[in-house]
Design a protein around this ligand. Structure first.
Ligand SMILES: *[C@@H]1O[C@H](CO)[C@@H](O)[C@H](O)[C@H]1NC(C)=O
Ligand SMILES: *[C@@H]1O[C@H](CO)[C@@H](O)[C@H](O)[C@H]1NC(C)=O
Length: 240
């Protein structure tokens, strides 16, 4: 085994001598997600390092997991007829950048549905490399409103509503003592126009308590929205 291992090592160390420098190059995206708002333009970073000209390479940008072709550059031009229709007319690959190994893709007029992991793949037929970049198209929704919803039989429910979110926000319920009572609630998410999300969260009232707050917030860092409902004691509201 030891001899076999050594033999392999010698073969490997000879490879660079008969090959070009590109074997040492790799394709790099971004390890930080990009956060942008709907309607904005963004440039998804990707480059070859150490730098190589990519002018004569094939370059493919695609969505990971769902395998959508976002942009294809082949035979020294953009092949716009084969890209996914959702991306037609919204992508740009700088030809000047390709000279320096920059594969970054500009994506215009962002939609919430553009959120996801994007891969950039480059090949010259022998060498290839792939990098990835995550894009989060974030919309902060409306301030939540709480109302009473007693329509479900004898039970009294509070409902907290907020709309216009992307991606799905987190909903946190607290009672007057500040205890997290989220586990007693039921949250439904509805996808409405342009991929934006509406949330409705229901909580059942049982034990006496007079203040509830509902916090709806983005899971990616930025401001929170909070709404409180004060229930007057004559209602004898309860939460369990
Ligand atoms: C509140 O409780 C829910 C459900 O038990 C939990 O998922 C969530 O992380 C908690 N949030 C906070 C801020 O404590
Ligand atoms: C809560 O969720 C469960 C499971 O999806 C469902 O059966 C129930 O009807 C929901 N209740 C409310 C008030 O939405």
């Amino acid at each position: 085994m030891r001899f076999l291992g050594r033999t392999c090592l010698i073969v490997l160390s000879l490879l660079p001598a008969v090959s070009t420098q590109r074997d040492g190059s790799s394709v790099v995206g971004s390890d930080q997600p990009l956060i942008a708002s709907p309607g904005e333009d963004v440039t998804l970073p990707c480059h070859i390092t150490p730098s190589l000209s990519a002018v004569n390479m094939d370059i493919r940008w695609f969505r990971e997991n769902i395998n959508i072709l976002v942009h294809l550059y082949e035979d020294q031009k953009d092949q716009t007829d084969v890209q996914d229709s959702d991306y037609q007319g919204r992508t740009d690959l700088s030809k000047l950048g390709l000279l320096g190994g920059i594969l970054s893709l500009t994506l215009r007029n962002l939609r919430p549905s553009d959120s996801g992991v994007y891969s950039c793949y480059a090949t010259d037929g022998v060498w290839d490399g792939q990098g990835k970049t995550e894009l989060i198209v974030r919309a902060l929704g409306t301030q939540p409103s709480i109302s009473m919803d007693s329509t479900q039989g004898e039970q009294t429910w509070l409902v907290c509503r907020s709309e216009g979110w992307s991606p799905e926000p987190e909903v946190i319920w607290r009672d007057r003592d500040g205890n997290n009572v989220t586990s007693l609630s039921n949250t439904t998410v509805l996808r409405v126009s342009q991929g934006l999300l509406s949330v409705s969260s229901y909580i059942k009232i049982k034990q006496q308590s007079n203040v509830f707050s509902c916090l709806v917030r983005s899971k990616t860092p930025k401001p929170d929205w909070e709404s409180k409902l004060h229930i007057s004691s004559e209602y004898h509201m309860f939460v369990d």
